[in-house]
Ligand binder design. Sequence first.
Ligand code: NAP
Length: 249
Amino acid sequence: MENDRPTDGPGPIAPLRVAVTGGTSGLGLALVRELRGRGARVALVARGSERVERVAHGIVGDVARKEDIYPIGLQIVGRLGGLDVLVNNASDLGPTPLALLADTDCEDLERALATNVLGPFRLTRALLGALAASAREGRGAVVVNISSDAAVTPYPRWGAYGASKAALRHVTDIWNAEIESEGLRLLSFDPGDMDTPLHALAVPDADRATLKRPETSARDLADAIAAALPRPRASLGCPPPVAVEGGAS
Ligand SMILES: NC(=O)c1ccc[n+]([C@@H]2O[C@H](COP(=O)([O-])OP(=O)(O)OC[C@H]3O[C@@H](n4cnc5c(N)ncnc54)[C@H](OP(=O)(O)O)[C@@H]3O)[C@@H](O)[C@H]2O)c1
């Protein structure tokens, strides 16, 4: 259930408006629950209509499809009445089982780039106007792009995914440098190795007991978002500083 209670502070402050792509599983689902628990209004996006339609403000869409981006953006802004925070979390692993680059089909690399780089790029562009309006109103405007250690470490067999996450990280840093003076912030967040369906697909024989719970990473991510917002928003759950990658850490 949505929690629309006002945040604390000098007077009632409208709830934070957040959109999370890939919000029906793993980190995205845990983040939706964490943010709603902290009083935010959250829209989520995923392809699988059955799971999306079970939740409030669920939007069916594929961020890898160019023609889905504006319908997704319009529904986000329409349902939330604007947007303060966008979390580009939906992701594609490339070929599974993971493959050497020499054995990677172009179509698998294209899909990873479309989902992990072009999707966040297009959706952020489509929502820039709404985010800029939020920044002008002093509500804050933050875009979080979910990264990975594969963005910086060239792990064999993670070529399509790693290359896409490296590109996303660089896009994030450059865009943040270009736009920070206008009150918008873009940051990367590496959630660590988590026990999720994506991880199980990538590393089927992993010892799940050694993996982070997505709820733990979601709490850290919500804290990072709160830290990146203007001061009154700290009531989202003012955190101790957490390590985030990129220009906005
Ligand atoms: N798990 C890890 O250990 C780990 C480590 C480092 C970084 N990460 C990053 O953390 C993020 C979340 O990963 P996760 O492990 O939580 O993944 P997950 O459990 O597989 O969840 C992925 C979510 O994204 C949605 N999705 C996938 N492709 C989509 C598309 N094209 N358009 C819209 N939605 C799409 C999925 O729903 P549908 O399939 O219904 O669309 C689902 O809701 C990703 O960015 C991942 O790269 C994960």
